[in-house]
Design a protein around this ligand. Structure first.
Ligand SMILES: [Zn+2]
Length: 357
């Protein structure tokens, strides 16, 4: 690969074959204090692709922050070619408040590529875009479910885009949800600029969940191996299904939920997902799967009002689903997939559904 111009690049002060911090000044606080986001750059000895890995674009989604810390402190791989730009917290102002949003109540992940003369969120997005996204060739953006929900690890990418689809498959989650993402999302802006960028949606806010960190580190390692930046075999998932159709099932009554499934479970049409009861256990209704599918995410808060989301189902093709079911049945309990199902289910009480007599 040809030498690239490094003038002004954030990692230029770090020598090839070395790693180190290179903080980026993005804004000032209300009291006038300088706001910097920490950046850690890993450089290979040889030139090659440049990849950014970002976390906490939503300030309360810190599973990715934990994954990046794991990469910096445990050094699971050595970069031979190219550069990796690790950004443990993008939305520093949200992070400091344990909040998803920017202090101007805007969503940073709806503000890309941003504008230097725009709102606080828009300026911050622009600073991040110019310093991190623009000089890179590929991107991985780490997210979790929104507050009071959890997600089984899944990659999201526009699978109609061939280069992006290959990168998304290489990450190696069992579930891939196809789509471009909302307007203003970091990944959509990066992809629009010709830089294949995926997101990982895994786990929940305000936590660093060990199984999710393992998924993220494995996926990032796989992507770097796919790009030839490290010398490591790609760890393939036990199965991989791609979906473009998902649906949130919602509560019809205010009530208190008893869950019968957990994130990552495969469910059949008509299967009970949750029973909605009164606080004294009187049954309102049973929420059932309308079609065969996979539980992509669910609420972690059993108390619901009408319209509240309960269960996010993905609807893969029947053949892919049957194949996945067979593979899961044969998995050992210590497989990452199974440990993740177990770990995420700890947030919720899952009980078998009993038919009413
Ligand atoms: Zn997010």
């Amino acid at each position: 690969m040809a030498e690239r111009d490094e003038k002004g690049w954030i990692g230029a002060s770090i020598e090839r074959g070395c790693s180190g911090g290179a903080p980026l000044r993005v804004s000032t606080s209300y009291s006038g204090a300088i706001i910097e986001i920490p950046i850690f750059v890993l450089r290979g000895r040889e030139p090659g692709p440049r990849v950014f890995v970002t976390a906490a674009v939503h300030g309360d989604e810190i599973n990715g922050t934990g994954a990046i810390r794991e990469i910096i402190t445990s050094e699971p791989f050595t970069i031979l070619r190219g550069d990796v730009v690790l950004v443990p917290v993008v939305n520093m102002m949200g992070f400091d408040q344990h909040m998803r949003y920017m202090p101007d109540r805007r969503d940073l992940n709806r503000s890309f590529p941003g504008s230097a003369g725009g709102s606080l969120a828009s300026r911050m997005a622009r600073a991040v875009y110019d310093a991190i996204v623009e000089p890179c060739d590929y991107g991985i953006d780490l997210h979790t479910a929104a507050v009071r929900r959890t997600n089984f690890p899944n990659v999201r990418a526009d699978m109609e885009n061939p280069a992006l689809a290959k990168f998304a498959r290489a990450f190696g989650t069992e579930l891939i949800v196809s789509g471009r993402g909302p307007v203003g999302a970091l990944r959509r802006s990066a992809c629009d600029a010709g830089k294949p960028t995926i997101i990982l949606e895994a786990g929940e806010v305000w936590k660093v969940e060990p199984a999710v960190v393992e998924y993220a580190v494995r996926g990032i390692t796989n992507c770097l191996a796919y790009l030839g930046m490290i010398d490591a075999p790609i760890k393939k998932p036990a199965y991989q299904i791609e979906v473009d159709s998902t649906k949130w099932l919602r509560a019809e009554h205010g009530g208190f939920l008893q869950f019968h499934v957990a994130p990552g479970d495969i469910v059949e049409a008509g299967e009970a997902l949750a029973t909605n009861t009164s606080l004294t256990g009187e049954r309102h209704n049973v929420i059932e799967a309308p079609r065969d599918g996979v539980v992509l995410g669910m609420t972690t808060l059993p108390s619901v009002a009408p319209g509240d989301p309960v269960c996010h189902l993905a609807y893969p093709k029947a053949r892919a689903l049957r194949k996945a079911e067979k593979v899961i049945d044969a998995m050992s309990d210590d497989h990452l997939h199974e440990r993740t199902r177990e770990d995420l289910a700890r947030n919720i009480v899952v009980q078998d559904h009993e038919q009413e007599g």
